[in-house]
Design a protein around this ligand. Sequence first.
Ligand SMILES: Nc1ncnc2c1ncn2[C@@H]1O[C@H](COP(=O)(O)OP(=O)(O)OP(=O)(O)O)[C@@H](O)[C@H]1O
Ligand SMILES: [Mg+2]
Length: 448
Amino acid sequence: MARNGKLHNVLVVDDSPLMLKLLEKKLGDYRLKVHVAESVETALDILKQIPIDILITDKIMPTIDGLDLVRYVYENHSNTGIIMVTSYASVEGAVEAVKIGADEYLQKPITDEKLFPAVERVIEKINIRKSQSVDNPQQYRELGGIIGQSPAMQKVFRAIRKAADSPATVLITGESGTGKELVARAIHYNSPRKDGPFVSVNCSAIPETLLESELFGAVKGAYTGSTETREGYFAKAEKGSIFLDEISSTSLQMQSKLLRVLQEKEITKVGANTVQKIDIKVIAATNKNLKELVDEGRYREDLYYRLNVLTIDLPPLAARGDDVLLLTHFFAQKFAGEYGKEPPTFTEDALRVLKNYAWPGNVRELDNLVQRLIVMSEKPSIDVADLPQHMRYTLQRTNNATKSLLQVEQEHIKLVLESVNGNKTQAAKILGIDRKTLREKLKKHAII
Ligand SMILES: Nc1ncnc2c1ncn2[C@@H]1O[C@H](COP(=O)(O)OP(=O)(O)OP(=O)(O)O)[C@@H](O)[C@H]1O
Ligand SMILES: [Mg+2]
């Protein structure tokens, strides 16, 4: 008798080698991946290393009791189902086991008729549990594959819906790697234009001399070598949306041409003397502060106001709380799937380090890190030692109840600065203060 489907990890704990052998054979034949431990201590080691789906443990064990193991697993491994085995028929024992977290209770002798249905019931239970747990990002996969349940991201989701419903131009701002392109796609694919094209143009990647013809198109003979009339990106986006990425990097001359598109909804091909009406939604993005550029005279104020009708500001990853953990699990599942591996688990310490890290490269940095971990590591469990050196220091922080507020502030500012390699804009953002306040504090604390 063998089951189909996913190969689940089972850990059998019993101080009798004979009993272990018997269960190992039965469960192995049933097509489960079996791990065995003769003591609770060994079981704890295995639990740290391998994501165990089902724990089958004897109730009475020498040194540490089986009930303590059940209690521990119930509290620390919420995705592990528990079957408790006992030699004595006792109603109290069963009640106690279930009360502290066992899912099933089996009395020896263990027959196939008792064992396999119990295993099936537990698998079903853990599947339901997993689908409801916060470890499962599926249910948080809001619009267009954007993962996040922090209040900051909930606000972003609401803004995306509003932007999708409105014909207005949308400006997406946020540091590099915060997901601006993902948001732009989500807006398009949730808008009435979703069946039209989504055209993405990175304005900073196209040389200034080519940008005009790339965006607006060019007629035959407009410049040397143009042997036929070409459509530009704006025309290609007809009845859909155009995503103008890195909108801050355009010249003042190009800015006035863009302004005309937004105001008149018409374009002129390079070398043409007729205008062409277009029906498109414009979504723009920048990781620079456009208002600052306007103040410095490097960006047209009228274009800024035209772009800035609906703005979505993406928070840095460090300001998204537990989303870091959700995203870690999401990327682990995703890349494990892509590389044909089992997704690894992360130790609590490793997760703490990830959560406390400043993430200057935002979601893209986390995305790359998890991918690297999965490619490089064969281990089922990722611990602090597997993480890059520069992330690890966060764990060494200790609580010291003898420090003054001033001292704590000084140390914390240093720590944050260190984590972003001295980038003050980034540090100020994480600290939730403006750059001027940060400068004052640095002076006060004689840092730098
Ligand atoms: N909330 C999220 N959930 C899932 N994946 C995300 C999320 N945010 C970003 N990503 C992923 O992170 C990577 C970077 O996102 P994206 O390219 O949209 O960032 P960006 O803000 O446009 O960055 P840049 O300014 O550097 O162009 C992509 O692979 C994207 O799929
Ligand atoms: Mg981008």
